[in-house]
Design a protein. Structure first.
Length: 460
């Protein structure tokens, strides 16, 4: 009897295993960059629309997409509810309202939810108000019978916060029946995802010495920057330039390495943020190092953020006291005693002092006051403009004053066009004024560089 019982369950498990192995596996998922052509079935005043696509098309809650029509950008949207054949979308950035009408067909391109701007993150928490039910009944959602209570989603960051939130609710607010859905949804941390960007500048022309450059760089930063912002970058450049010496034009070579890092804790007090920056630079000019090692660091700084809107991503002014340590080389000379032999009268030979060229290594230590101004515009997802200005006057400890004439000024203007989802082309204009190159290196204090860059970025 027991043997027959075991044989029965053994055969049952074997049959189930075979069925699962040979049965087709169905999974619904909207692929990144997938294109669909949905039809607008209904529009509502709270910038919601119903489309004739649903879970069978891979459209699920939380999916993100960009909508166009006849080549014109229309809007972006996030799925807040999906069923078979229909889905409800919460729209934002509506630019072409003429294309948004019931019955019109749109072109939809799926994009990663990481592209959802920070100011629109609250869309992910929006609850569903039964637009589909109202659509089927041909009435407005507000006209639904009051006893048909909407499902309210109470979300918290984790189980602990969920329990605390539920305990803090008043008795009349506690979940009642099936009309309330209680759950939790972990939020993405500031360092859960990193963004990488690689850039190549195949062509660059400088005004000084007819220099021709090629450069490449890499940057890594945290994707989510609600509270903390970390950025590390490295750039390497090679240059060929001309120099006139004794009537002849010489072609010379130079190279540079530049590594920077910055860290920001946002809004520690009102609009003030904590900021720190560090930089390492190294430059070689033929056989001489104008900057053999330049290390600058600002351990403590303050940034004041004037405003942040959909278009103005950053408008800020920062102050950072900066420690500067510089090791550099320059051409010099030294006097040496040389034994000079007189061929006519060897007895008249003697030591004579002569001047010989040498390369001298020097060091410099300074404290600078750094003023940093940043203006960053993002007109839409394809066009952005930014300008960053640094001014670094030195501090004279002997006279106990700021030496404004001993300073550095750097301004970088960048205009970027995104030609594809992760590929961009940018024009960069860099202007610099440096008393070090003017008086120590005798190269002139002003330089301007025009640069075209092709960039590729991705996140992991």
């Amino acid at each position: 009897m027991r043997s027959s019982f075991y044989q029965f369950w053994a055969r049952t498990i074997l049959i189930l295993g075979i069925c699962l192995a040979v049965s087709p596996k169905i999974s619904y998922a909207l692929d990144y960059q997938e294109i669909l052509y949905p039809k607008v079935m209904a529009l509502y005043d709270d910038e919601r629309m119903i489309l004739n696509i649903g879970v069978e098309d891979g459209v699920l809650r939380g999916h993100h997409a960009r909508f166009t029509k006849k080549g014109d950008y229309v809007t972006r949207g996030l799925v807040i509810h999906s069923e078979y054949g229909l889905s409800v979308w919460q729209m934002y950035r509506i630019l072409t309202e003429d294309h948004l009408e019931v019955g019109s067909q749109l072109k939809m391109r799926a994009i990663t939810v990481k592209k959802l701007p920070h100011e629109h993150q609250e869309i992910r928490e929006i609850g569903y108000k039964r637009e589909l039910e109202a659509y089927r009944k041909k009435i407005e959602p507000e006209a639904l019978e009051p006893e048909e209570e909407d499902a309210i989603v109470w979300r918290a960051k984790d189980h602990k916060h969920l329990d605390e939130d539920l305990n803090q609710m008043r008795e009349g607010e506690r979940p009642i029946g099936d009309g309330w859905v209680v759950g939790y949804e972990p939020e993405q941390g500031d360092f859960d995802q990193l963004n990488f960007e690689f850039a190549l500048s195949p062509y660059s022309v400088a005004r000084k010495n007819h220099a021709k450059d090629i450069a490449y760089s890499g940057t890594v930063s945290n994707e989510q920057q609600s509270k903390y912002a970390l950025a590390l970058s490295y750039e390497h450049a090679k240059s060929e330039y001309e120099e006139v010496s004794e009537g002849a034009v010489l072609k010379l070579h130079s190279s540079s390495h530049n590594a920077t890092g910055s860290f920001v804790i946002k809004k520690i007090l009102g609009n003030f943020s904590y900021i720190t920056e560090i930089q390492y630079a190294r430059e070689k000019d033929n056989t001489i190092y104008p900057k053999k090692h330049e290390i600058t660091g600002s351990p403590v700084g303050l940034r004041y953020e004037f405003m942040e809107t959909k278009v103005i991503k950053e408008l800020s002014l920062s102050y950072l006291p900066e420690l500067e340590y510089l090791v550099y080389e320059e051409e010099g000379s030294e006097i040496r005693s040389v034994w000079i032999v007189d061929p006519d009268d060897p007895a008249d030979s003697a030591f004579e002092e002569e001047e010989f060229p040498v390369i001298l290594e020097k060091k410099s230590k300074k404290l600078r006051h750094v003023f940093k101004f940043v203006l960053n515009f993002e007109f839409n997802e394809n066009f952005s403009v930014s300008d960053t200005l640094y001014y670094r006057p030195a501090h004279d400890f002997v006279e106990r004053r700021v030496e404004w004439s001993d300073g550095k000024l750097d301004n970088e203007f960048v205009f970027t066009i995104t030609i594809y989802e992760n590929i961009s082309i940018s024009y960069q204009n860099s202007y610099s004024w440096d008393t070090y190159t003017a008086f120590t290196q005798k190269e002139g204090s002003v330089n301007m560089i025009h640069q075209l860059t092709v960039g590729v970025n991705f996140s992991i």
